[in-house]
Design a protein around this ligand. Structure first.
Ligand code: UDP
Length: 323
């Protein structure tokens, strides 16, 4: 019988790619989003399909969907530092109350639930690369605390439902991911740099640009999540691309890719900005047989084509964030 899956945060960057993948795999997909940071245009191509339903709903409130649900992917959450500053309480609520609602919903439906956690649970890590046994170095009251602590609580309550209620749960710790449908104005490094290049502005590197990140192309992430959902492993699994790069090098790559004649300008480093981040993916390799396949060169090209294809008004609108 056809499996039915609820995907929260369906109109967001990752949620929309997950909707596409599960529809491709022959699932009935129920998307849910409150559209605070998501955008219906990411899933507008799905509305005509019989395999897709959409609920405009905030999962921080009681969740109800009639009929059977076999799987749940909880991907609803603001996910960029600019958003945490603008909507800190909603960020805390969706990770805590929202996760609690969805765990209760999973129990009622006898569904398996996978929750989207993050490398932010490692905070500004003192261990490098980060493996799943590292407990992290998080400032609970800093600007990122609302996200980091909500996600840490999310992991705790998910494990509690697993051990106490015997619920089938999965936890993915997602490292920096990029690709088409990222929000141009979400303040993240990649859309910021490409947006600036396309508008003919200088690229704003925060700090001296020596902080590092490891960027994973969205299709690789989706493959890892697909495998994790279908395996039999309840502890957290890192999914990310271990190829590490400094933010300055990253900005230089974007300058080369876009052919912009603009230069890099340096701005103050935001508070609690992690100095380094690289996933240890040994566990994902062993348990899921997963490794990322898309090189940064290839992934950035596809992503650049996407941003280039956006209407010019959208490109202009995203500029005010950096004014
Ligand atoms: N960053 C930057 N310029 C920008 C936006 C971000 O130099 O216009 C830096 C940011 O300070 C961080 C890195 O790029 O060190 C990655 O930032 P992003 O928001 O993409 O991800 P996160 O910090 O959550 O890993």
């Amino acid at each position: 019988m056809t499996k039915r899956i609820l995907i929260t945060g369906a109109a967001g960057f990752l949620g929309s790619h997950l909707c596409d993948r599960f529809i491709q795999e022959g699932y009935q997909v129920v998307g849910m989003d409150n559209l605070i940071t998501g955008d219906l245009k990411n899933i507008s191509h799905l509305f005509k399909l019989r395999e897709f339903d959409f609920y405009h709903h905030d999962v921080s409130k009681f969740v109800h969907v009639p009929g059977k649900i076999d799987y749940i992917l909880h991907f609803a959450s603001p996910a960029s530092p600019i958003d945490y500053l603008k909507i800190p309480i909603q960020t805390l609520k969706v990770g805590s109350l929202g996760t609690h609602n969805l765990l209760g919903f999973a129990l009622a439906k006898k569904a398996r639930i996978l929750v989207a956690s993050t490398s932010e649970v490692y905070g500004d890590p003192l261990v490098h690369p980060q493996n799943e046994d590292y407990w992290g170095n998080v400032n609970p009251i800093g600007p990122r605390g609302v996200y980091d602590e909500a996600k840490r609580f999310q992991e705790a309550i998910t494990m509690a439902y697993h051990t106490y209620h015997k619920l089938e749960t999965r936890i993915v710790r997602i490292f920096n991911t990029y690709g088409p449908r990222m929000r141009l104005n979400d303040g993240r490094a990649l859309p910021a740099f490409i947006g600036q290049a396309l508008r003919g502005e200088d690229l704003t590197v925060f700090g001296d640009g020596s902080q590092s990140r490891s960027f994973c192309y969205v299709d690789d992430l989706v493959e890892g999540i697909f495998r994790l959902l279908h395996c039999d492993y309840a502890k957290p699994v890192n999914i990310g691309n271990p190829v590490e790069i400094t933010i300055k090098q990253f900005a230089e790559e974007i300058i080369k890719l876009t052919g912009t004649t603009q230069k890099i300008v340096y701005k103050p480093l935001p508070q609690d900005d992690p100095k380094q981040r690289q996933p240890d993916i040994t566990r994902a390799k062993e348990i899921l047989g997963w490794t990322p396949k898309v090189s940064r060169e290839e992934g950035l090209k596809i992503t650049y084509e996407y941003f280039k294809s956006l209407p010019p008004e959208e490109l202009k609108r995203s500029a005010h964030r950096f004014a």
